[in-house]
Design a binder for this molecule. Structure first.
Ligand code: PNS
Length: 177
């Protein structure tokens, strides 16, 4: 009984003290730019949830499971710092249920800013305690997006410098099927 109470209190304390960040997105597919942001975000929190959105307004190339599979294969999830998850509905609701302290979004160039700024303000309105932080990708990734990768790959172009090899293989398989 005493031991159970100690374990419970310790767990509650750890959860309270842990800084949990979330990096949400479509990841259709994962790019080297995403991986760069993941590496940077990892340094800022004790646990990083990479959350794949089930966004009904987009018609994705890869299924949710395929996208999560690519993330798990390309991110080091061994030390439990990174968790790959999926969510439905509002991001802030998922954040509240998962004790998330802050949302991470990547900025490639200034053109991303207006859109990201509006979403960050909206999320703050919905959940004032959850902040959004913006991380800049390396300059060499500043033009890479999942859209561009899908487009280039669909015409048979070389995407090897835009995505990890695992993703490149999955793109080849998907587009040749
Ligand atoms: O990689 P993306 O497509 O730019 O990611 C956008 C995403 C999934 C983070 C955003 O659309 C989102 O948070 N969707 C969940 C629904 C939601 O909370 N909408 C309100 C803020 S847009």
């Amino acid at each position: 009984m005493y031991l159970n109470s100690v374990i419970f209190v310790r767990k509650a304390l750890v959860q309270f003290l842990m800084r949990i960040g979330i990096y949400p997105g479509s990841f259709d597919p994962l790019t080297n730019g995403h991986l760069d942001i993941i590496e940077r975000a990892k340094r800022l929190c004790d646990r990083l949830i990479i959350a794949v959105a089930r966004n009904s307004s987009k018609k994705p190339l890869f299924s949710i499971e395929e996208r999560m599979d690519m993330l798990r294969a390309c991110c080091d999830t061994g030390d439990n710092t990174i968790e790959v998850a999926t969510f439905d509905g509002l991001l802030v609701d998922f954040c509240k249920n998962s004790d998330v302290s802050f949302i991470v979004r990547g900025l490639r160039a200034i053109v991303d800013f207006d859109y990201e700024y509006a979403i960050a303000l909206l999320n703050r309105q919905l959940a004032p305690d959850i902040d959004t932080i913006f991380l800049m990708t390396k300059g060499e990734y500043s033009f890479i997006s999942s859209n561009i990768v899908r487009e280039v790959a669909s015409y048979g172009g070389d995407v090897s410098s835009f995505v990890p090899q695992f993703v490149q293989q999955r793109l080849q398989e998907k587009l040749s099927s």
